[in-house]
Design a protein around this ligand. Structure first.
Ligand code: KG4
Ligand code: ZN
Length: 347
C-alpha cells in the first residue's frame, strides 16, 4: 500500500479464505486454521510482492539473506514499514502473521506498525477523518460501539456481554442446518420469510447503557424451533424462512437502537459501519435510513472490505505510522486479548 499526498493506492492485495475448510469442521478450529495459515502464507506473500514490484530480501542465488550487515536497510524494498495485526484473536493464527512480519522487518531492516484488528475494521470505513466519529463494529468475534474524537483515539462506549452479532448469526444458522459461515446463508433464507412472524426478544434494547447481548435471542430461536418441530416437522421446515427473517430483524433492531442512543449522546459528524456483519443488507439499509433521517452521515465499509482482509490493516497502519507508531521486530508479539484502547501505547 502506498500513500502520496492524501492518496492511498493499494499496490497489491490477496486473500486466502479458509471458509471451505471451516465448512467441513463447522467452524474455526484454531490448530487447523493456524496450519492452513502457514501453508498459504508463503505463496501469498510471493504473489503480492511480485505484483507490488518489491524485491524479497533474499538472494535469488543462495536463498538466504543477501545482506546481513546492520545497515542492510539500503536493500530498501521501496517502502517504510510493515503493518501487522497483533490481536485480538486466536494466538496460533495471529502468530503466523506476526512471525512473518517480524522476520521480514528484520531482513529488510524496517520498523513494524502494530495494528489492532478492530482498528482495521474502523479504518476500512473511515476514509477522510471527520471527528467526532462513532463506529459500530459487528463481526464474528466483536460487537462494539466506539467513539473517536480524533485519529487513533478510541473510547469503547458499549460491547456485547456474551455472543457477538456474527456469532449469533452463525449459531442460529447452525440450528437451521445452514452451512458455514452462517451470516450470508441466514440472510439469504430470511429473504423468503416474514420478519414479523415471530416476536423474538430484543435483549437489552431498552437498557440505559450501550451494551449488547445476543445469547438469549439465540436460545429463544432454539426453543421456537423445538416447539414447532414437535408440532409439525414439515411445517417447521417450511417456516424456517420466517424464523430466519424474524431473528435477523431482532438483531438489526438491537444494533440500530443502541447506535442511535450513542448517536444522541455524542452527536458524531460521521457514523461508521464495518466488520463481517456490515455485509448484511438489512442492517446496511435500515441503519442508513435511521441515520440519514436524523441528518447524519453514515459511512459503510465497501462490501469487499467488510470481512477480514489485509487492506484494512494497511489503511489503519498508514495512519498509525504517520502518528509515529513504529516498533522494532524485537518488540512485537501476538496478543490474544489486547484492547483497542491499549494498542500503540507501549514500546
Ligand atoms: O469480520 P469478520 O470477517 O471476522 C471476524 O473478525 O469475526 O466477520 C465474520 C462474521 C461471521 O460471523 C459471518 O457470519 C458474519 O460476519 N457475516 C454476516 C454476513 N456476512 C458475514 N452476518 C450477517 N449477514 C451477512 N450478510
Ligand atoms: Zn474481523
Amino acid at each position: 500500500m502506498q500513500k502520496s499526498g492524501g492518496e492511498i493506492k493499494v499496490l497489491s492485495q490477496a486473500l486466502a479464505s479458509q471458509i471451505d475448510i471451516h465448512k467441513e469442521t463447522g467452524g474455526v478450529v484454531p490448530e487447523v486454521a493456524a496450519r492452513e495459515h502457514t501453508k498459504v502464507f508463503r505463496p501469498l506473500l510471493q504473489k503480492v510482492l511480485q505484483e507490488a514490484k518489491i524485491n524479497p530480501p533474499v538472494s535469488p542465488l543462495t536463498g538466504g539473506l543477501s545482506d546481513t550487515s546492520p545497515d542492510r536497510g539500503r536493500l530498501g524494498g521501496g517502502f517504510d514499514a510493515i503493518a501487522v495485526t497483533i490481536g485480538p484473536g486466536l494466538i496460533p493464527a495471529l502468530t503466523v502473521g506476526v512471525t512473518a512480519a517480524r522476520t521480514l522487518a528484520y531482513a529488510w531492516n524496517k520498523p513494524i506498525i502494530p495494528v489492532h484488528h478492530i482498528e482495521g475494521h474502523i479504518y476500512s470505513a473511515l476514509g477522510e477523518g471527520s471527528f467526532p466519529a462513532l463506529a459500530l463494529i459487528v463481526s464474528g468475534g466483536h460487537t462494539m460501539l466506539i467513539e473517536m474524537q480524533d485519529h487513533l483515539q478510541y473510547k469503547v462506549l458499549g460491547e456485547t456481554r456474551d455472543d457477538a452479532a456474527g456469532e449469533a448469526f452463525d449459531k442460529v444458522a447452525r440450528l437451521l442446518d445452514l452451512s458455514y459461515p452462517g451470516g450470508p446463508a441466514l440472510s439469504k433464507l430470511a429473504e423468503q420469510g416474514d420478519a414479523t412472524a415471530f416476536d423474538f426478544p430484543r435483549p437489552m434494547m431498552h437498557s440505559k447503557d450501550l451494551d449488547f447481548s445476543f445469547s438469549g435471542l439465540k436460545t429463544a430461536v432454539l426453543y421456537k424451533l423445538k416447539e414447532s418441530e414437535a408440532a409439525s416437522p414439515r411445517e417447521a421446515l417450511e417456516r424456517s424462512g420466517d424464523i430466519a427473517a424474524s431473528f435477523q430483524q431482532a438483531v438489526v433492531d438491537c444494533l440500530i437502537q443502541k447506535t442511535l442512543q450513542a448517536y444522541e449522546k455524542i452527536q458524531p459528524k460521521v457514523i461508521l459501519l464495518a466488520g463481517g456483519v456490515a455485509a448484511n443488507s438489512l442492517l446496511r439499509a435500515e441503519l442508513k435510513k435511521s441515520i440519514e433521517s436524523r441528518g447524519g452521515e453514515l459511512r459503510i465499509a465497501p462490501l469487499a472490505l467488510c470481512g477480514d482482509n489485509a487492506v484494512m490493516i494497511g489503511q489503519a497502519g498508514l495512519v498509525a505510522f504517520d502518528a509515529g507508531r513504529k516498533i522494532s521486530w524485537k518488540e512485537v508479539d501476538a496478543q490474544a486479548r489486547i484492547s483497542i484502547t491499549e494498542v500503540g501505547h507501549w514500546g
